[in-house]
Design a protein around this ligand. Structure first.
Ligand code: ADP
Ligand code: MG
Length: 463
């Protein structure tokens, strides 16, 4: 029954668009989530519709959807992105089992009409959960938060507003919150620099630049996330520069995020850097203990309200989690979710010692593993020189280790595909995707590969 449905669903995706093999993704889910979570949740998700940059997945109930969204969405997205980089959003559709087929037909017919408009509407999806209300104030984000609110009340006063800070510190959350505040009265455009590029290239290929320009220049609020992504991409920067100027001219508010201050951006044209610093630059710092504890409590409160379930974590455990999580808030929330999942299964009050055990793996992986380290360990393991592994030579004794190192960099660090590519002698992110796919496949089929990967992983975790 279930397989049948999967086939039917796929049939509605036009051949041109269809790149995902849902069965393959399901196996990846099973591996990364473990069979317990997989059997209770992931397995029941079906693929309804595949677009270039997002997926519609089918789930049986509203509760099911909320649960998945609150627990697993990030990780699901991360997983499917391995198979298709251009994806950056997932939507869920509630499909009661006996109505499945009808629903698909309806969606399909609808799509024929709205496909073009849809691809444009996609730019604007804001996440209703990432609001000011759910954003916890602390010393490290105080200034960024207060100016984000000011911009939402009184646009064009600080223009552009530029928010910078490290990974997982709340930039996207703030950008999204501004978008939510302003969307009722304004034409809000919220897009990541990566997606901006994707549509830019697509428009060039389709010879449709006029629409592209029009579309972006129409917005009265233009929010662009992770601008550092434009690094080294000259023609994209050119286009962005003109979009930026024309928006400023007509008085649109521009809000930008990046991992660093404008003047520190790497391989970005000087005239853009100076435009970016022309308004107000605010930064978000790493959170202190107090903020981390407040965020944990807020998250617990959200989960309790949403699922009508009580979560009992002692203050001691909460401060332990907060103090152990050193890098960022995304990691902190990930760790909290693990602890909650564990306490739910074991149905008891957790001690610090339980926590230590649960988190050993997580901390090991997050803290110690870097791309450099992976490259060193892999080249040692295969007994080749690091410079050879990174070189352009394509002979298999070099190419395989190189692919394995890329695969592990994707799996064990938080680096993005383009970043990983750059660390491998400036390779393109598509090369990294190819490596991840190849090694994923081989490690399933080939025992030797499986053994290699697991030995290298333990070497990495030991050190
Ligand atoms: P960035 O874009 O800087 O990498 P995100 O905005 O994606 O970081 O934040 C990572 C995660 O941490 C998100 O789930 C976000 O909601 C959460 N988060 C970050 N800062 C806060 C905060 N101050 N209060 C509540 N949640 C936060
Ligand atoms: Mg972000």
């Amino acid at each position: 029954m279930e397989n049948n449905n999967i086939k039917k669903q796929n049939a509605f995706i036009s051949e041109e668009e269809k790149t995902l093999n849902w069965d393959e993704i399901q196996s990846a889910f099973k591996k990364s989530f473990g069979s317990e979570i997989y059997n209770s949740w992931l397995q029941k998700i079906s693929l309804v519709k595949e677009y270039n940059d997002y997926l519609i997945l089918g789930v049986p109930t509203r509760f099911f959807r909320d649960w998945i969204v609150s627990r697993y969405l990030d990780k699901i997205l991360e997983q499917v992105k391995i198979f298709k980089l251009s994806l950056n959003r997932i939507e869920f559709k509630i499909i009661e089992e006996n109505k499945q087929n009808q629903e698909f037909i309806k969606i399909n017919e609808l799509n024929k009409v709205t496909e073009i408009k849809d691809s444009i509407l996609n730019y604007n999806r804001l996440n209703p959960n990432l609001s000011f209300e759910s954003f916890v104030q602390g010393k490290s984000n105080d200034i960024a938060l207060s100016y984000s609110k000011k911009v939402s009340e009184n646009i064009s006063r600080y223009n552009p507003l530029y928010i910078c800070g490290g990974v997982g510190l709340g930039k996207t959350h703030l950008l999204n919150a501004i978008g939510l505040e302003l969307q009722t009265d304004n034409n809000v455009m919220f897009i990541s620099a990566e997606r901006f590029m994707y549509h830019f290239i697509k428009s060039i290929k389709k010879n449709d630049m006029v629409n592209f320009k029009d579309f972006f220049r129409k917005s009265s609020i233009f929010i662009i996330d992770d601008i550092q992504f434009m690094s080294g991409k000259e023609s994209l920067q050119e286009e962005f520069f003109h979009t930026f100027n024309s928006l400023m001219e007509k008085g649109s508010q521009i809000i930008i995020s990046s991992d660093r201050a404008p003047m520190k951006l790497d391989r970005i044209q000087d005239r853009i850097k100076s435009r970016l610093s022309g308004g107000l630059v605010v930064d978000i710092d790493t959170p202190d203990l107090e903020l981390k504890i407040n965020i944990i409590n807020k998250k617990i409160e959200e989960i309790q309200n949403q699922f009508k379930e009580s979560i009992n974590l002692s203050d001691e455990v909460i401060s332990y989690i907060a103090s152990e999580s050193k890098t960022n808030i995304r990691e902190l929330i990930g760790i909290l979710n693990r602890v909650i999942a564990f306490s739910r299964v074991h149905n008891n009050d957790l001690t610090i010692n339980d926590c230590k055990n649960i988190l050993k793996d997580v901390f090991n992986q997050i803290r110690v593993i870097t791309v450099d380290k992976i490259q060193n360990v892999v080249s040692n393991y295969f007994n080749i020189a690091l410079s050879e592994m990174l070189s352009q030579r394509r002979s298999r004794p070099l190419a395989r280790p190189r692919q394995i190192a890329m695969y592990l960099a994707k799996k064990m660090t938080t680096r993005s595909l383009p970043e990983i590519g750059r660390r491998f002698a400036n390779r393109d992110h598509t090369t990294v995707i190819h490596a991840v796919k190849t090694i994923t496949r081989l490690s399933e089929q080939d025992d030797e590969m499986k053994k290699n990967i697991s030995q290298i992983k333990s070497l990495l975790l030991e050190q």
